[in-house]
Ligand binder design. Structure first.
Ligand SMILES: [Zn+2]
Length: 233
């Protein structure tokens, strides 16, 4: 009897052991086949994934920290906008300044085409051209480019009939090759006032006004000078 029990017990033990081994293995196989992670999950620890996590942590809204690169870009963008704004304001100020100044200046002739320019070389002149030529029809009105006092009115060799006007700040304007002179030395003239007529006197090949600007006796570019006073030439 006891032997039978022993035999049965052994049988039960064997079955229990068999089951004890088989069940966990089966359970493991079932569970593992159902929950095998997709390959992408394994990529979660890839460098890109971790770097994106760390970046999002730096820019966390609770800390208020903004990623360094983004901040720099924003700073640069703001600086660019501010610079453009400042440039616009400066340009508007310069326009306003020139508009105000330009009321005190004018072109020496109204009907013209720019011909020989300042600094040009020609067989007509011993040195470089000391003025700007305004090709203009014979008899066109020549006007004082700024208010001043007439300091010369007469014949001056290669200049032909010439007028020189003295202005503030050491500036003189000269008007050459005139056909007629309408002012006298010592006369005060207003800006734009008629002082003579265009001609072809002196050393010329054609009718034009030779307009010269001198600052403390030194010839300067008349076109640049007029433009610096807000006059379109
Ligand atoms: Zn000239």
């Amino acid at each position: 009897m006891s032997q039978q029990i022993k035999f049965l017990n052994r049988k039960v033990v064997r079955k229990v052991i068999a089951l004890g081994v088989a069940l966990p293995v089966a359970a493991f196989l079932v569970v593992s086949s159902a929950s095998t992670p997709p390959s992408s999950v394994a990529l979660d620890i890839s460098p890109t994934a971790t770097s994106s996590i760390s970046r999002s942590l730096v820019a966390h809204p609770v800390t208020g920290a903004i990623p360094f690169t983004g901040n720099l870009k924003a700073k640069k963008r703001l600086a660019k906008i501010a610079a453009a704004k400042a440039k616009k304001i400066a340009a508007a100020r310069e326009r306003a300044r020139l508009e105000k100044i330009s009321r005190n200046f004018t072109r020496p002739v109204l009907n013209y085409r720019l011909s020989a320019s300042f600094g040009a070389k020609s067989r007509l002149w011993a040195n470089r051209h000391t003025g700007q030529d305004f090709a203009s029809p014979f008899g066109s009105r020549v006007r004082a480019s700024e208010r001043g006092v007439v300091v010369f009115a007469g014949w001056d060799g290669p200049y032909g009939r010439k007028i020189a006007i003295s202005h503030p700040n050491g500036v003189q304007t000269w008007y050459g090759h005139l056909s007629r002179i309408s002012v006298k030395v010592g006369q005060r003239v207003k800006v734009g006032q008629r002082i003579g007529l265009v001609g072809a006197t002196g050393n010329v090949t054609g009718t034009h006004l030779h307009f010269e600007v001198r600052k403390y006796g030194v010839p300067v570019n008349p076109v640049k000078w007029l433009r610096s006073m807000g006059i379109r030439v």
